[in-house]
Design a protein. Sequence first.
Length: 96
Amino acid sequence: MMWIEDWASSAKCREQEPDALFVRGAEQNKAKLVCRGCPVRTECLAEALDNQIEWGVWGGMTERERRALLRRRPAASWRTVLEAAKQEHGKIPAVL
């Protein structure tokens, strides 16, 4: 699995109303559904974590969920972490 540099043009949410991803409370769970099956979910999440984006749903995570990750690994390069995980996931053979 390759890392996609220009991920925004492939994002599933580009077809959504932008404000739909910047909601509060229970509405965030609906917003997170947009991210399911998105081919660039990992890249989007890395962008939000590395740039400490405070608002909205990014990569299927709310701002609260992202803050929890940042507290656990404050000095991490999330692109490096998530890119390695994505590559490792691509090596797992499909079970028939």
